[in-house]
Design a protein around this ligand. Structure first.
Ligand SMILES: Nc1ncnc2c1ncn2[C@@H]1O[C@H](COP(=O)(O)OP(=O)(O)O)[C@@H](O)[C@H]1O
Ligand SMILES: [Mg+2]
Length: 223
């Protein structure tokens, strides 16, 4: 269960304050797929970076399972990001000079999985997201956008994270490929019992997730 309580993030620049996330509370049960919608500047990315512990909130609590991640420091924080969370970004963020397989092996290396096992698990994950054998040996530059996003999703799943965070994962894809990527995330949420929080602009996609959170000016206006 992901449980967010009275979460707030204020950015200070000079004498102006921007309240990017303004007293938000919600929860998402394990294995559910939540979408986040809202206009540009409404606080979606800030919310995701707080959930991923990439940034500290000004106040509030984020419980992931039994752990309040806003209270983690240094080493625990790095371990949390590296093993409990999977990130998926709009621009895929793959390492360009590594093959698809090697990209998926990276987080397993971080988790100190032995090399033989890393290869086997990475292959299994790429099969699971539907990337064909021959393409698993290609570098990202020789894959389509949809294929690169499949690799990024496989990489995000590598350490069986409790939570997958996706910031506009279909933002660079045509609408049909985008729908396929969302369907893939949806089925993974169920089979892996991973909670997914994904930002999207596409309302027809958001309408098919288990729950939709709508932000306006940093506030949660409906769910
Ligand atoms: N690092 C930052 N410093 C100052 N202001 C920021 C920073 N990040 C985001 N903001 C501001 O917070 C608000 C929400 O931004 P963001 O979370 O990126 O919105 P969205 O992802 O919905 O487009 C915006 O007004 C933005 O300018
Ligand atoms: Mg954003």
């Amino acid at each position: 269960m992901l449980q967010v309580t009275n979460l707030k993030k204020v950015f200070k620049s000079g004498d102006t304050n921007v309240t990017a996330v303004n007293d938000i509370s919600f929860s998402v049960p394990d294995g559910q797929f939540a979408s986040v919608i809202g206009k540009s500047g409404s606080g979606k990315s800030t919310l995701l970076s707080l959930l991923g512990a990439l940034d500290k909130p000004t106040s509030g609590q984020i419980m992931v399972g039994k752990q309040d991640i806003t209270k983690l420091h240094d080493h625990a924080l790095i371990t949390y990001r590296g093993t409990k969370i999977g990130f998926v970004f709009q621009n895929y963020n793959l390492v360009p000079n590594l093959t698809a397989l090697e990209n998926v092996m990276l987080p397993l290396e971080f988790a100190k999985v032995p090399k033989k096992k890393r290869q086997a698990r990475a292959k299994e994950l790429l099969d699971q997201v539907g990337l064909q054998d021959d393409k698993q040996q290609r570098k990202p530059g020789r894959l389509s956008g949809g294929e690169q996003q499949r690799v990024a999703i496989a990489r995000a799943l590598a350490n069986k994270p409790q939570l997958i965070l996706a910031d506009e994962p279909t933002g660079n894809l045509d609408s049909q490929t985008g729908k396929m990527i969302f369907d893939l995330l949806h089925s993974l949420a169920r089979t892996e019992r991973t909670t997914i929080v994904a930002v999207t602009h596409d309302l027809s996609i958001a309408g098919k997730t288990d729950v939709t959170f709508k932000l306006r000016d940093g506030k949660l206006i409906s769910k």
